[in-house]
Design a protein around this ligand. Structure first.
Ligand code: AMP
Ligand code: FES
Ligand code: ZN
Length: 304
């Protein structure tokens, strides 16, 4: 198969875009696509100070790489979760995030949960009996809190995460299966900082297939952690991703179209009534100041 741009040997065929590319053209094409998404959804400009949440995985490291190539001001933030799982998951992802920062001369902020809060994520989950033996919900809560706080205190106008199309479509699928109106309203490439204490959140990879990001990291020589978090095994989101991959195999482009048409439907006002009630419920937590829907302190402060 030949590259559709230059006629050299193609290294990737993307049936969803009817496009095959060679290595050099692919490594140019991905940042172009990400730049288009940044512009289309008005995520940020070159004047913004962006904080990239870097987990050590292929998506967030590639995102940092791309923003750096596109000349955006992007620092990284790594959150140490204290997860071992036999593969030293946290230690290894921390090492890879540090190595990337050093190699490109970039600034990485690190918040270590066991050091800062005297307990790892699995310990916190055990102590608080949240999540029926799985630490994922506590982990999500803690990560969201730390990301918000670090971005806000560091004067970053934007917080960027490496969520890719497959992540977004799995969430959309779940929210649609359960008709979660208020979640559907809030699922977007950009979440405005319309509450004090909340930073603007963006997902520049939201239109990039997971496979495309894996290929970008591999061809770009980005060293990332292959292992998933050991607690992710058997999760519903993984089984939704498998179902969606089956759909995609028979109908190339199905995932992208599901997501883009959802965004169009939202733009057309499909879920607007839900939005009003949802945002009315937010108020600042009396302890940490971050916005919350809980009565009194936010879930993070209540947990401690
Ligand atoms: P996940 O929820 O693990 O699918 O990760 C989604 C996104 O959250 C990643 O692409 C990162 O941008 C961010 N993220 C996840 N884990 C961490 C971490 N330990 N430190 C910093 N950012 C993270
Ligand atoms: Fe948080 Fe797995 S429990 S990343
Ligand atoms: Zn080419």
């Amino acid at each position: 198969m030949k590259c559709d741009k230059c006629g050299e040997k193609a290294v990737i065929n993307m049936r969803q875009h009817k496009l095959a590319l060679c290595k050099d053209d692919y490594l140019r094409w991905v940042p172009e696509q990400v730049e288009k998404a940044i512009q289309k959804y008005k995520m940020f400009s070159h004047e913004d100070k962006v904080l990239v949440a870097v987990s050590g995985g292929k998506d967030s490291l590639s995102l940092w790489d791309i923003l750096h190539r596109l000349d955006y001001q992007a620092d990284g933030m790594y959150i140490g979760l204290g997860i071992d799982g036999g593969v030293s998951y946290s230690a290894e992802s921390h090492r890879l995030a540090e190595a990337f920062a050093e190699r490109h001369g970039l600034k990485l902020l690190v918040v270590d949960v066991p050091e800062t809060y005297s307990a790892s994520i699995p310990e916190l989950a055990r102590r608080t009996h949240r999540g029926r033996g799985k630490p994922c919900s506590v982990c999500g809560l803690v990560k969201r809190h730390i990301m918000n706080q670090t971005a806000h205190e560091g004067g970053y106008s934007v917080l960027a995460t490496g969520h890719n199309l497959d992540d977004e479509v799995a969430v959309l699928f779940s929210n649609t299966l359960h008709w979660e109106g208020s979640y559907l309203v809030r699922q977007a490439p950009v979440l405005e900082a319309d509450q004090a204490g909340l930073s603007r959140k963006v997902k520049p990879l939201c239109r990039m297939y997971e496979r495309e990001m894996a290929a970008y990291a591999m061809l770009g020589g980005i060293e990332y952690i292959y292992d998933e978090c050991p607690f992710a095994k058997g999760s519903t989101s993984i089984s939704y991703k498998e179902i969606l991959n089956q759909l995609e195999a028979g109908h190339p482009g199905a995932k992208l179209s599901f997501y883009l048409r959802f965004l169009q439907a939202k733009e057309a006002g499909f879920f607007s009534q839900q939005a009003d009630t949802h945002f009315a419920e937010l108020h600042p937590c009396p302890t940490c100041g971050q916005p919350t829907t809980a009565p009194g302190a936010c879930s993070f402060c209540r947990m401690f």
